[in-house]
Design a protein around this ligand. Structure first.
Ligand code: MET
Ligand code: ZN
Length: 714
């Protein structure tokens, strides 16, 4: 290995969809046939070049490369190692179209499964592996990217998904025998990684980054052994770049000594998510011979870093590691591009914010302070000292202060169930939907019209009411028992509430990739939350006025509102959740007063925020459940509270579902073949359950099957 430049100041990755979602538009034009492959590739090349030059000009010592993707970085890795299931291979498509077929499916060929990337709202594509999967290097994409950057005068550090994380995120294909573990393919996969590394080294690459976020979760001894074997083997190769292994979204724990005992030259730790990571790292003697890349700037949230605090943290590591580099806590994929684009934010909120582009500057400042002393960055530190206080609302705080345990408890379930049955008179197997009906072009046009003042509030209301009436009549005609108003007035189930609650701000360009070309613009929860006026009551009340059947009012729960927003970092999430819950509790009370007999509070993100380690589950689930109960327990016995969960894999939260104490839980069950019913049965779940039998992602009509639990088990 040649002498290498230090990592110094760096970021682990960068947004790739384009500051104005250029990639989204280019992808969608390509998919619809409006543009050809060359057009798409040109946009992609342009975006890559922009990112490289920007990062270099911002003063990073090491610029990450290969952070671009046409769809998803895990899919890129699968394709790079030729883990392409035969159903896609057999299509005989071009490499690019095969790639998109894996991502999106085509003509009756289902795509790879998509699932959430750790506890973020980003979705990756799940590789399908089997004992006969033959890994081989198809095209060295990281190398091509490196050379392309070099052509623009930028030397990069190629970023790849680490081999262990790749295998841990993969699943056994349908053809794999029972008991097959993807990790058994480690050695074959390493052969390919070794080739990639050798080719990179031949091209002069000095550092390569192998992301291993999976190491921050609870790992079995066998998995830890795979980590050791993987990095022993990669490290033992002489013809390779230096290895930098970042870990993020939690603390390394028992994986730290394992990774640190291998020959990797640099290890990255996330000092933002978990303060304990600092003590772990400072105490570990093996880090004395390594580069420690300190994730000091939050890569997932949008707040300015407390630079002085970050420097204190860094100072505690200086004596205990070989050398120190400064980075973001994780790739910047999860934050918007540039705060400079936002001109409509309240100045006091704006001054507290920091998007991807600004985070790069922070990393550079921190690194300079460590190298040249704090005097060198005196101006930046002074600017950081002008702290803008968080917007406090004493009324909200006073209300939270006086909450009693009874405010989170309803009466005995069976008593409630009887009262509700009396009032609602529903059949034993009642039918309902989850809430939203399609957002038609007319609905979107009306909303846009309201924004641009083409429609006044009255005209908008008339348009929405017409839509509500349409879906109410449709549901009556179909013969459903519990009706919904269809949520036409909502742009999004979280944004809509954020726009109507105090304490939230919306951005104009704060797009973040959710999957593929799909982006979301998460609201920014920046201050104490309260509800200035009823939000949904008018719409639900109108819907109920149209029919004698019960209409179910619809709210989004506190956990989901938090999960899909950027949240405050200045107080525990539990406290923020309680504030949101209290605002929702007021809404629930108003709905009940307006005559709504059923109220559904959706918590599809309950599972998503679950921390990576078991030891933290209990405290998370405790505040998550308590916030739901705070929102919902103020109602009369005869008011039926529903909740709705989706996105599967409820195993880890199944008992929490019980403690939510909702009268009815509607839950996605189509994709998991109703397994959830057995799981609920096993824990003695006695409340109402509505297994969702229609898969909303597919036009297929399901076949009715008898199941053990019914709507209202009395
Ligand atoms: C992602 S869960 C969605 C629940 C919401 N009520 C809807 O039907 O859209
Ligand atoms: Zn759902």
């Amino acid at each position: 290995m040649a002498d290498t430049t230090p990592i110094g100041a760096t970021v682990l990755g960068y947004p790739r969809i384009g500051p104005h979602r250029e990639l989204k538009k280019a992808l969608e034009n390509y998919w619809s046939g409006q543009a050809g492959e060359a057009d798409l590739r040109a946009v992609a090349a342009q975006l890559r070049q922009q990112t490289w030059t920007q990062l270099q000009e911002a003063g990073l010592d090491s610029v990450p490369g290969n952070t671009f993707s046409f769809y998803d970085q895990v899919l890129d890795t699968a394709v790079m190692v030729d883990a392409v299931p035969s159903r896609f291979r057999d299509l005989g498509l071009s490499p690019l179209d095969t790639y998109f077929a894996m991502a999106r499916g085509t003509d009756g060929v289902p795509p790879l499964e998509m699932t959430k990337w750790f506890d973020t709202n980003y979705h990756y594509l799940v590789p399908e592996l089997a004992p006969d999967t033959r890994f081989q290097l198809v095209a060295n994409q990281p190398l091509a990217d490196y050379q392309e950057a070099l052509g623009h005068g930028v030397t990069t550090r190629p970023v790849l998904v680490g081999p262990v994380t790749f295998l841990l995120l993969a699943k056994a294909s349908a053809q794999a025998p029972a008991g097959f573990a993807a990790l058994s393919l480690l050695d074959d996969l390493l052969d390919v990684y070794l080739r990639v590394l050798a080719e990179l080294a031949d091209a002069g690459v000095q550092w390569v980054q192998l992301d291993e976020p999976a190491l921050v979760g609870d790992r079995t001894p066998a998995e830890l052994d795979a980590v050791r074997r993987a990095y022993e083997r990669l490290g033992a190769e002489s013809n390779r770049p230096k290895l930098f292994v970042p870990t993020y979204f939690g603390r390394l724990g028992e994986a730290l000594p394992v990774l640190a005992s291998t020959p990797v030259e640099a290890i990255g730790i996330d000092l933002v998510t978990h303060p304990q990571a600092l003590t772990e790292a400072a105490a570990h003697y093996r880090l004395r011979t390594k580069v420690l890349v300190a994730g000091l700037v939050d890569g997932r949230n949008v707040w300015r870093t407390d630079l002085r605090l970050a420097l204190t943290t860094a100072a505690r590591l200086l004596g205990s590691v070989g050398s120190l580099a400064v980075a973001t806590s994780c790739p910047l994929l999860h934050v918007p591009y540039d705060l400079d684009a936002e001109t409509n934010l309240e100045p006091d909120v704006r001054r507290r914010l920091c998007f991807a582009r600004q985070k790069v500057d922070e990393v550079v400042v921190l690194s300079r302070a460590l190298r040249d002393g704090t005097e060198a960055v005196a101006a930046e530190l002074a600017a950081g000292d002008e702290v803008v206080p968080v917007l406090r609302d004493d009324r909200v705080r006073a209300r939270i202060q006086v909450l009693r345990p009874e405010d989170r408890v309803r009466s005995d379930y069976h008593q409630r169930a009887a009262a509700q049955q009396d009032r609602l008179g529903l059949p034993r197997l009642a039918t309902t939907t989850i809430g939203s009906f399609p957002q038609t072009a007319d609905i979107r046009r009306a909303r846009a019209g309201l924004r641009t003042a083409e429609l006044d509030a009255g005209q908008y209301e008339t348009a929405m009411r017409a839509e509500i009436e349409r879906v109410i009549r449709l549901q009556e005609e179909i013969g459903l028992d519990v009706l919904v108003h269809g949520e036409p007035e909502r742009n999004d189930m979280v944004q809509y509430f954020a726009e109507n609650l105090d304490g939230f701000a919306a951005t104009d360009y704060g797009w973040v990739q959710s999957y593929g070309s799909r982006c979301v613009r998460p609201p920014i929860l920046h201050g104490d939350v309260s509800r200035p006026a009823p939000i949904t009551v008018g719409w639900s009340q109108y819907a109920q006025s149209l029919t004698s059947r019960p209409v179910k009012a619809m709210l989004t729960g506190p956990v989901t509102i938090l999960a899909w927003s950027f949240v405050r970092a200045d107080q525990p999430l539990a406290d923020t959740a309680a504030q949101v819950a209290l605002a929702l509790r007021d809404e629930v009370a108003d709905l009940e007063r307006a005559g709504l007999r059923i109220i559904q509070v959706d918590e599809p993100a309950l599972r998503e925020l679950l921390p990576p380690r078991k030891e933290e589950h209990e405290s998370y689930l405790d505040w998550a459940v308590m916030s739901f109960r705070l929102a919902t327990s103020g109602v009369a016995e005869s008011t039926q509270i529903h909740t709705h969960l989706c996105y599967s894999e409820f195993g880890d939260v199944i008992t929490a579902i019980d403690t939510l104490d909702a009268d009815v839980t509607t839950i996605e069950a189509a994709r998991s073949r109703m397994e959830i019913l057995d799981d609920l049965h096993a824990i003695g779940f006695r409340r109402g359950v509505g297994p969702g039998v229609y898969d909303i992602h597919s036009p297929r009509v399901p076949v009715w099957r008898k199941c053990g639990i019914c709507w209202l088990p009395l």
